[in-house]
Design a protein around this ligand. Sequence first.
Ligand code: PRF
Ligand code: ZN
Length: 370
Amino acid sequence: MQFKILKKDGFARTALLETKRGVIHTPAFMPVGTNGTVKAMTPEEVRDIGYEIILSNTYHLYLRPGHETIKEIGGIHRFINWQGPILTDSGGFQIYSLASLRKITSEGVEFRSHIDGSLHFISPERAIEIQIALGSDIMMVFDECVPYPAEKQYVEKSIKLTKDWAERCKNYFEKQRTNQSLFGIIQGGVYDDLREKSLEEIVKIGFDGYAIGGLSVGEPKEDMYRVVKNVTPLMPEDKPRYLMGVGDLIDVLHAVEHGIDMFDCVMPTRNARNGTLFTSRGRISIKRSEFKDDSTALDPECDCYTCRNYTKAFLRHLYMCREILSMRLNTIHNLYFYCKFFEKMRTAIAEGRFQDFKKEWLPVLEKNFS
Ligand code: PRF
Ligand code: ZN
């Protein structure tokens, strides 16, 4: 995997992440395909909107249908019919947010499945073994995502565990013959000194890219912004930087300003299914009665399939009737909006006008159109 920076504008940068399954233009947004599907979309639709990489979850695919099944069928790309790059999260975060009866030891995590209550154990080695069986292009190390709030003492112990596990992931990974890439994850909660320590330890082990984990877990925005601002200058300049689980576009603007290259979030897809739509005039809740007779497009500035063909009145109607097409049309639009936003942001960086781009978009993103 090669990472080529094309242009820097302040700390913001636009680059090419070249993988054997295709090039990713950064800053990049990765739609979330938890169960191997970006909800409501076919892979062709996701690709045609303009996405170059998707994220999937080791935890979910391990539990159902099982990584061995996916391996037998020819790997995740064949299984889900997406031939572009795929990043898999390691399962760490999902075990903490979904599984029950978690028992964390230095060996790994024992937990019960959120689906059927069955008992499982995942170690750092096992997390890599599963991701190798899946055959994703970018694998993530197995980490502990510390909840918020957490005592400093606890976080201090946790970053030691995350470091030990990162080492074990790297060692196991190096013994396998795989041409996949492996990213490290920095933890440390909202404690600047622990963030710095975690970063130093993870960078020392050496990975193909570096992620900031443990943010957007309920901490105040100013804490998230401060951590991103303090950590990014210490991250290797020549490797991709990934802010995990962050996708609010206001947060994205701040993170890109400080040199983050990759994002993932359920926000565009989940909000679409809930009827919250992003437009060039602000956020719209399509269920509102004011759209009952609205014959205009959702976003007159948008060229997506939904905006080219349907009225707000129809989109509201589909939503009120809980029609499947509502989720599809809304998801097409939100994913298109996000994709175009990132495209314009990359162009702004390339042309040295990222600050203008940020100033232009912040008020739009803060606004509720209705
Ligand atoms: N660790 C992992 N995946 C994640 C996170 C993390 O801390 C987050 C935190 N926002 C999202 N996804 N492995
Ligand atoms: Zn649209």
